[in-house]
Design a binder for this molecule. Structure first.
Ligand SMILES: [Zn+2]
Length: 301
């Protein structure tokens, strides 16, 4: 639930605007789902490219950002205080992603930028293991916190503020952030700008068509599911991705797709049975709750 200075977020205080498809620019769309405590928000699906996006949506300005993200990281920082930071991370999820970066980055060491890096948890796991980390994050609180503990550069802002870093990174990584931005295609273009020719852009997003998410969607659509939205919850995902639209948006900014899979956090466990199920559900059928896609920037770019 979002609060600002103790006051509860209320959607009636903000302006709604109509938007075109953020992927192809079309104005032809159909209703995908209504949600929110009064069903006041809606997702539509583009009739031309199937992209799912919030429409109408809040005017994406400083007011919205303050409401939506001022509290982000508070809980994590509170929990971490006194326990030492960075925490020990034996987490299979970070190891899974680091192994993919190692596989597709040719340089040793390679320079990695994490966009929307929060308190730099993933970067801290990677830094020093053939990898030089840099983070960029909009939340001042999280950046200040991370700067106190972490030995690498943390930039406060967005990729739009990084004009001086053209072609600097062997890999740019953005996880569970692209669905929060109003113009994901432009954000990806900024990542491509920051990536070296021949380097990679690593994207991870929730999967709207996963077995769980799609079932939830159908139940919500036909009102078979109780509306669990509470006053003060805000619609933070401005867009939602499927395998098709994620690949399409990455190709649209000139990336060549070199790796793609879905995954669920549970599939990071190592038992043989889980591994076999993971292979079938997440890698063959793409039923997992998250999507990972890696694109390579052409060497000639
Ligand atoms: Zn479209």
């Amino acid at each position: 639930m979002a609060h600002l200075n103790g006051e509860l977020f209320h959607w009636k205080k903000l302006n709604f605007v109509d938007v075109s498809c953020p992927l192809c620019g079309s104005d032809r769309h159909r209703l995908y789902e209504r949600y929110g405590e009064e069903y006041q928000y809606s997702y539509v699906s583009c009739r031309d490219c199937t992209f799912i996006f919030q429409n109408p949506r809040f005017e994406y300005n400083d007011d919205f950002l303050k409401w939506a993200y001022s509290w982000y990281g508070d809980e994590f920082i509170k929990e971490t205080q006194g326990k030492g930071y960075p925490p020990q991370q034996g987490n299979g999820y970070f190891a899974f992603k680091k192994a993919l970066l190692d596989r597709f980055c040719e340089a040793r060491p390679y320079r990695l930028l994490d966009v929307g890096c929060a308190c730099g948890q993933f970067l801290s796991y990677c830094h020093g293991k053939n990898c030089i980390s840099t983070g960029v994050e909009t939340s001042e609180k999280q950046v200040e916190f991370a700067r106190r503990y972490l030995p690498f550069e943390m930039i406060c802002g967005t990729t739009a503020n990084m004009q001086g870093y053209s072609g600097v990174f062997d890999a740019t990584h953005i996880a569970h952030t692209l669905e929060h931005v109003p113009n994901p295609r432009q954000t990806l273009q900024e990542l491509v700008f920051l990536t070296k020719p021949g380097g990679i852009v690593f994207v991870e997003v929730p999967h709207a068509g996963s077995l769980k998410n799609y079932t939830d969607h159908l139940r919500a659509r036909y009102r078979l599911r109780k509306n669990t939205w509470k006053p003060g919850d805000f619609p933070e995902h401005l867009v939602e991705f499927t395998p098709q639209t994620l690949k399409r948006i990455m190709r649209s900014v000139g990336l060549e797709i070199v790796y793609f899979q879905s995954h669920s956090r549970s599939s990071m466990k190592k038992s043989k049975w889980v591994k076999q199920t993971d292979l079938l559900l997440n890698r063959v059928l793409n039923f997992g709750n998250n999507l990972v896609c890696i694109g390579r920037k052409p060497k000639s770019a």
